[in-house]
Design a protein around this ligand. Structure first.
Ligand code: PXG
Ligand code: PLP
Length: 442
């Protein structure tokens, strides 16, 4: 353990923590000091089973040797290179490797540093694409209720999580929202993709009629909504969205920040559902969460629409200081090597049934009102305590951590998304903990 890890901080005040109940945390901090494979080690030395792959990102597990080594080597070779009007070899190598695993036809990649930046990039690309084709009246963006597309202004505008929007003024104009697809009355305790609700895609037709197709640039959805508490697309729903977008010349953006890189047992959700978007946003699993990185995949037709005008001119006025940062690229290449050697992009498919059996065995335990699953994602929805929403799930989170399991909660939903290296024995262990926790909490 390095010296830095041995030091116990005695003043926690300077760091304003993201998406955290700061005052509550600082009274009883939960500190992680190291990690290996499926486990964290807490500051009191306890091993914590990682039921969430960090924040849905550490798909290959922690401190994997190929990734660590790639970063180490790159840091001593080329630490940083300007990203604008200059290049370095591994960013091109990485783009090719990513296109090789992407759904067929998604053959160009734009690099960012997070999911939020990938979303802003995709929205700007969509609007600029139509304009580049001489169709500048298409500026509207359509998102969905309960959608999460990061925290920047474009993302919260098309997103549909009220608490992430309400404090921040007028947001982007020209945005509309489709209804979410959570239908607990009809679909509770569905195993995998639910039967009911494909007709909700027809709401897009209504929105198109209201605004006229000629004003709409793009529709953005998470193929499986993660952050809001895991909402699955009803059978046939994504196919319908694709057909409506095609009919009206609207681009379809899949936000695959969570679903990308093996989470559903296929490389991408587009593969799982057999629906190819025009633009696909990713981050998290692209670099195993180890160095911040995001990647936006686009179809050739979109990329090529920008490649006109004088050749000395910049075609797309957009990019980040750290787009394609060499160390992030090295981490991503080490990640792709690890995924390939261990078959991780499809391992979820081998474990999906075992995972679903273990998860759904919690039906009937105290407080459980719904269970949802797909690939290596699970959600357990709890009955909220009357007058105190989120409290019950938060108690479950604290109790699980005390027992040696990291889970995520949002509202009164427990969301699970372990690293894709999880064993069957560890799946049993994870759900044994949760069963005990559900029996302990009020
Ligand atoms: N789009 C989607 C679909 C996401 O899930 C983002 C964009 C933003 O990515 P960045 O890298 O800017 O955070 C996300 C991120 C949770 C949780 O517990 C989910 C996310 C991030 C942190 C926590 O559900 N999703
Ligand atoms: N703010 C200022 C003052 C800058 O100079 C820059 C980049 O040069 C940025 C913001 C954007 O930073 P980044 O490219 O890391 O997103």
């Amino acid at each position: 353990m390095s010296n830095r890890l041995k030091v116990t901080p005695n003043d926690l005040s300077a760091f304003w923590m993201p998406f955290t109940a700061n005052r509550h945390f600082k009274q009883a901090p939960r500190m992680l000091v190291s990690a290996k494979d499926m486990h964290y080690t807490a500051s009191d030395g306890r091993k914590i089973l990682d039921g969430t792959a960090g924040l849905w990102c550490v798909n290959a597990g922690h401190c994997r040797p190929k990734i660590t080594e790639a970063i180490r080597e790159q840091a001593g070779e080329l630490d940083y290179a300007p990203a604008f009007q200059m290049g370095h070899p591994i960013v091109f190598e990485l783009a090719n490797r990513l296109v090789d695993v992407a759904p067929k036809g998604m053959d160009h990649v734009f690099f960012t540093n997070s999911g939020s930046e990938s979303v802003e990039t995709a929205l700007k690309m969509a609007i600029a694409y139509h304009r580049a084709k001489g169709d500048g009246s298409r500026f509207r963006l359509i998102g969905r209720e309960r959608g999460y597309h990061g925290v920047n202004f474009g993302g919260i505008s098309v997103g549909g999580i009220v608490s992430n929007r309400k404090m921040f003024g007028t947001l982007l104009t020209g945005v509309d929202h489709m209804p979410h697809t959570h239908l607990p009355g009809k679909n509770a305790f569905s195993r995998g993709v639910p039967e009911h609700g494909a007709e909700l895609a027809d709401e897009l037709e209504r929105i198109v009629t209201l605004h006229d197709a000629s004003t709409i640039a793009a529709v953005i959805v998470e193929p499986v909504a993660g952050s809001t508490g895991v909402i699955l697309p009803p059978k046939g729903y994504l196919q319908k969205l694709r057909a409506i977008c095609d009919k009206h010349g609207i681009l379809l953006i899949f936000d695959e920040v969570i679903t990308g890189f093996g989470r559903l047992g296929t490389p991408f959700a587009a593969d799982y559902f057999g629906v190819t978007p025009d633009i696909m946003t990713t981050a998290k699993g692209v670099s195993n969460g180890v160095v911040p990185m995001g990647a936006v995949f686009v179809k050739k037709e979109i990329h090529d629409a920008f490649m006109n005008g004088p050749e000395h001119m910049i075609e797309f006025f957009h990019g980040y200081t750290y787009s394609g940062n060499p160390i992030a690229c090295a981490a991503a290449l080490g990640t792709l090597d690890t995924y390939k050697e261990e078959g991780l992009l499809t391992r979820g498919a081998e474990l999906e049934d075992y995972w679903a059996d273990a998860l759904h065995s919690l039906k009937g335990e105290p407080h459980v009102i719904d269970i949802r699953n797909i690939g290596l994602i699970g959600a357990i929805e709890l009955e909220p305590i009357a007058g105190a929403p989120t409290k019950r799930a938060f108690s479950a989170f604290i109790k699980a951590f005390e027992r040696g399991l990291l889970i995520r909660t949002t509202g009164d939903i427990i969301a699970l998304s372990p690293p894709l290296i999880i064993t069957k024995g560890q799946i049993d262990e994870l759900f044994d903990h949760i069963r005990e926790v559900l029996r302990m909490i009020d």
